[in-house]
Design a protein around this ligand. Structure first.
Ligand SMILES: [Zn+2]
Length: 306
């Protein structure tokens, strides 16, 4: 991008302000079970921290959130200080795919905390580019059980990336070798897409971080809690109904509804095309609890229900 265009997009942040702000009235009241077996914290985009059995499992952390102009003109430098402040601890970091809003902060978080970085060969090449040592990497093609210490386990479920704006999959392709570091937006192809099945604190969580999934890969699994990409409903017909039919969750936690070019602690704005009230209504019509959390908000689940 030319620097005049960057100057125009950057300081004025006109596009951020043109987007609809999140209505705080849409957030779920309360914080769930009083003595939860599993606590879930939302980080914006598809990011979550799952805490159970004394272990902290982080999915798709993305705290840096460079503005649109920086994202378009690159390079994308993780904000080490912000990552440290928001996520002082992690044991395992699971990556769903290798687009920048899913993978960028994972290597830094692992370096800072000593956590394992668990992801596809593409995601692991991003971690290698960032200088993360091999001993912290767990590379998987999915369909393989990976222990989470003594208290849980996880499994990658092969998936596919949604066709989003203009019916296109953005930045398709793989990352066959470590890219330049810091990377540019266009270096971070989605690579192998994995949904995650995680068992922790006696509960099963499925994390779907994009706007599509493969029904055959999900069939036979069950989730107590499903973290589901809210923008997916706009792009895959029957998205919510199919996910509920396959996984039979008791609760769905909305993710990927926020415009991820604004700072982590700024009032969130909605991704163009996302309809959160419609998403919630469709979940509730299936007899499932819908949970919508603010960035940094948390919710507790007990293994006994509730
Ligand atoms: Zn993506």
């Amino acid at each position: 991008m030319s620097s005049p265009l960057k100057r125009l997009l950057g300081p004025t942040r006109w596009l951020d302000h043109a987007l609809q702000p999140m209505d705080p009235g849409l957030y779920t009241h309360g914080s769930g079970a009083a003595n939860p077996d599993l606590h879930l914290r939302y980080l914006g985009t598809a990011g979550f921290v799952l805490t159970g059995g004394g272990r902290s499992v982080v999915l798709d952390p993305f705290i840096t959130r460079p503005d649109l102009a920086t994202t378009a003109s690159g390079p994308l430098l993780p904000d080490e200080e912000a990552i440290r402040r928001v996520l002082p601890r992690a044991d395992d970091v699971l990556i769903g795919h290798s687009h920048h809003d899913h993978v960028l902060d994972g290597p830094s978080l692992c370096r800072q905390t000593g956590a394992r970085f668990i992801g596809s060969p593409d995601a692991c090449n991003v971690a290698r580019a960032a200088g993360l040592p091999e001993r912290q990497l767990v590379e998987t093609q999915g369909r393989q059980e990976i222990p989470l210490g003594e208290v849980g386990r996880c499994r990658g479920i092969p998936s596919r990336h949604g066709r989003v704006y203009f019916g296109r999959v953005s930045l398709p392709g793989s990352i066959p070798s470590p890219p330049a570091w810091p990377p540019r937006f266009s270096d971070l192809r989605h690579g192998l897409v994995l949904n995650w099945w995680v068992e922790l604190g006696g509960l099963r969580v499925v994390h779907i971080d994009s706007a599509d999934f493969i029904e055959e890969e999900l069939s036979g699994l069950q989730a107590d809690v499903l973290c589901l990409c809210a923008i997916g409903r706009a792009w895959r017909p029957g998205y919510v109904a199919a996910a509920v039919r396959l996984l039979k969750p008791r609760a769905i936690v909305a993710c990927h509804w926020d415009w991820f070019f604004t700072p982590y602690d700024a009032p969130p704005r909605l991704l163009p095309g996302v309809d959160l009230p419609g998403f919630v209504a469709e979940i509730e019509a299936q007899g499932v609890q819908a949970v919508v959390l603010p960035l940094d908000g948390g919710y507790g689940f007990s293994a006994a229900g509730g």
